[in-house]
Design a protein around this ligand. Sequence first.
Ligand code: MV4
Length: 507
Amino acid sequence: MFKKILIANRGEIAVRVMRACCELGIPSVAVYSDVDRAALHVLKADEAYTIGAAAAAESYLNIDRILDVAKRCGADGIHPGYGFLSENAEFAQACADAGIKFIGPSAVSMEMMGSKTQARQEMEKAGIPLVPGTSRGLESVQQVKEVAMKIGYPVILKAAAGGGGKGMRLVGSAQELPSALEAARGEAQRAFGDGEVYLEKAILNPRHIEMQVLADEHGNTVYLGERECSIQRRHQKVLEEAPSPLVDPGMRSRMGEVAVRVARAAGYCNAGTIEFLVDQERNFYFLEMNTRLQVEHPVTELITGLDLVQLQIRIAAGEQLPFQQDDVLIRGHAMECRIYAEDPENNYFPSPGKITMLLTPAGPGIRLDSGVYEGWTVPIDYDPLLAKLVGYGQDREQAVARLVRALEELFVAGIKTNVGLFRRILGDEDFRSGKVDTGYLERLLRQESGSEPCGEERDAANVAAIAAAVFAVLDATSKAASNGTGGADNDASFSSWKRAARAEGLM
Ligand code: MV4
């Protein structure tokens, strides 16, 4: 087993990995940038080292600095979390060269899945169901027109070096093709330094469902069930759940077996995720493989009872998977809300700043993976994910009810968050009946923006609520009164202010 693990990441995922280290009795080492000196992951680590300026390129993406720290402190393993260097084959190779175990797949598997055309070629060979399209970079406009004609419009142009939605272009007809191809190539070149573009038939209103796999170094590969990830906006996932309301046991085992074949064809080791697009007839197609631990891994942990991070560490240490496919049982339902520092009134733009007050939910079926604390200032330099609020229940209804209750308990002051969005989603009829696809959230936001109170109404309500809060603090006699539940104000939109006033009155 490892003597010491360095976590090359920050925020909630760094804290999550430290928890696994702690339970395994392995000391953890944090690295941090200048603006993260007081970050939660630094406070929670056994040791912490500075690695440079706020800009990620100077710190969390700085391979030399991170390896320097690892050597200096005697770490024999590095966990990359997600994002940053987690899917960087060069980093995985540099770790191997330095005699430090990268807790993740090999550089070779990462490279194969990093090129979407190479991945398609390998998966084609392995007989994996793919969206109809090309598995090589496109050449002449004439060739592209012929292929598109054969598979039928609409088609999608994608960057071979892309993934996650960057550099995609929907093409409805042959007339649009020449300019779309040129634009897609230019975009891919600028974004990835690689202009290779390929083509797929467009699946309309697809669902995005992904399958978790685990593979050890001894040839054992298992699947741990799917996650429904269709609720996203601009390729940013917002809410995920497991199992998917769409998937029955038959579909799960077919999808799981395909996912295991994908992992085997990639020579894959450690935790990985196979993304599928699912069409309206419930046909599923391999889309891409994420060669890392994912943000939404907790929902899989809750329904399987497994600790994915501990398993990653044990696999990297050379252990056998401690169970077989038949031992994996799915029980209950889990749902994750990604709490971001974003301003709902400003198109969900990042909204960093000081967290002046934070009340966190707990209780039955609630898990909070957080990277922040009261009094800390959320920096603008990184992804604005604050925490993941995860609800678990014996069924979907109970998971939802617990999340709704936990969202009521959650109170964040000082910064704007997207918490209100989850109240809307969880109360929505289509969501409650499991009718979601990748267009769901945009539709909900469009439909609801019309029914919101107008700016003036909102301002008046806020002024009244702020005035009430100010009076509660200024009026010393309110201390006694604020202990009771008194007041006839039952409007949910005032409850945050009411709570702030009550809390400040008690101080
Ligand atoms: C597609 C597609 C429809 N047809 N490919 C977007 C993210 C990237 N991983 C792949 N994406 C898509 N590929 C074909 N052939 C629709 C999407 C897509 C999408 C996929 C997953 C989750 C959300 C999405 C939102 C819009 C489009």
